[in-house]
Ligand binder design. Structure first.
Ligand code: PLP
Length: 404
């Protein structure tokens, strides 16, 4: 944890814990570097579902070409916050109301998931027009990936066999402009694998457009850039990825490429900070029970990993009895929930961990608070804090206050 952040965490009171702390200057720096690494012909969208925190979205708006939203809720949330940032609306199972809302909001792109969805859209257009990408599930061997959205039978995107039908519908309806294809197939790929996949996708997409006789202006290859929770320093190699894309794009001189990462953009800027409530040795193993748990930070339970953390020692011990501690041994860090699934990190070596010490979990900026089942057991919500830009000052507030 960098010193200004540590300084801020030191100023949080026990009542502030558990706390989410977002490092906005670090986020600015990170996304600036991502943008700088990408060729000009690559448009960068942020997948809002990774973290829709208002301050994070405002920080990102300055760097990205747009936001990818995947529900009517995300659509109105983002439009309200950053009205001028272009939106792409994707996701399976859009309702008629949501499609209407997207048209009303004038989204820049609609990612169409099926022929049925395209027909439904056409009934809602009236005298409006819309730019669409057809989302395709390409039959492709993805090898081992963290999350596969395509390549195998899946509910995401349409079978390539449906493309012809969609193309005919669009050809007969001048209100619908086919800009290109969308293929978000996998999550968790490192730069070289992601490049190889993008290369295959573009070759296939150009071939497909050629066969259909359509003009392909744009391909969105999705997100899924890898985040390695076991090796926090091993950040996705954006420079290699950007350079590789530049090489690939020389073979597609008229194409605009879009990417829409989520996790790899915001994961690193978020911290979940809490304290050790109890330490116990049970059948020979050490357990640290922390305030909070996976109902605030579901990421390690959802992804079955150990959330990386730092111990922030608290030297004051006000009790008259011996302070429970674990020393030079593996400790399992759990939360307050009455379920064996409430594990944040399992059998991780610690030099020393004592009741009252603070623990700061890193990489908690994506798919963390917003995917957590926070009503389970009705524990209080965490507080939320943002390390600000210029003077690195901090503004705090509850989530409820931020949302309003
Ligand atoms: C979730 C999702 C993304 C973002 O994926 P990350 O793994 O967070 O980068 C991008 N596009 C689509 C269509 C998605 O569903």
């Amino acid at each position: 944890m960098r010193p200004v952040l540590l300084d801020h965490v030191g100023r949080l009171t026990d009542d502030d814990l558990p706390a989410y702390v977002y490092d906005l200057p670090a986020l600015h720096e990170h996304v600036h570097a991502i943008r700088a690494a990408l060729p000009e012909r690559v448009e960068l969208l942020y997948a809002v579902k990774a973290n829709s925190d208002p301050r994070i979205l405002r920080a990102l708006a300055a760097h990205v070409d747009g936001f990818e939203v995947a529900s009517g809720g995300e659509l109105s949330h983002v439009r309200g916050l950053v009205p001028d940032t272009p939106l792409a609306f994707g996701g399976p199972g859009k309702t008629q109301t949501e499609l209407g809302q997207a048209l009303e909001a004038g989204v820049e792109r609609l990612h169409i998931e099926s022929e049925h969805e395209l027909r439904l859209l056409a009934t809602l257009l009236g005298d409006r027009s819309v730019d669409v990408l057809l989302r395709v599930n390409l039959p492709i061997d993805l090898g081992h990936v963290a999350l596969a959205m395509g390549g195998h039978p899946s509910p995401f995107g349409m079978d390539p066999a449906q493309l012809d039908g969609c193309r005919e519908l669009i050809a007969s309806d001048p209100r619908i402009r086919l800009r290109g294809l969308h293929l978000h197939l996998a999550s968790g790929l490192q730069a070289q694998a992601q490049l190889a996949l993008s290369d295959k996708i573009l070759t296939w997409a150009e071939g497909c457009a050629h066969d259909c006789g359509v003009d392909l202006a744009e391909v969105n290859v999705g997100g899924g850039m890898g985040v390695d929770y076991t090796h926090p320093q091993k950040v996705f190699d954006w420079s290699a990825f950007g350079a590789g894309l530049a090489r690939i794009l020389t073979r597609h001189p008229r194409l605009t490429l879009r990417i829409e990462p989520g996790r790899s953009v915001t994961a690193y800027c978020g911290w979940y900070v809490t304290e050790v409530l109890d330490i116990k040795f049970n059948r020979g193993e050490a357990f640290a029970v922390l305030r909070g748990g996976t109902h605030h930070l579901r990421t390690p339970a959802a992804k079955q990993h150990d959330q990386p953390f730092e111990v922030i020692p608290e030297d004051v011990w006000p009790r008259p009895w011996d302070r429970p501690e674990a020393r030079d041994e593996p400790v399992t860090l759990v939360g307050q929930l009455c379920t064996p699934k409430d594990v944040l990190a399992r059998r991780v070596m610690v030099e020393r961990l004592r009741v009252g010490d603070r623990v700061a979990f890193a990489m908690a900026g994506a798919y963390a608070w917003n995917i957590s089942h926070h009503a389970f057991l009705l524990h209080p919500h965490p507080t939320f804090h943002h390390l600000d830009d210029a003077e690195a000052s901090v503004t705090s507030g509850t989530y409820a206050r931020q949302m309003s």
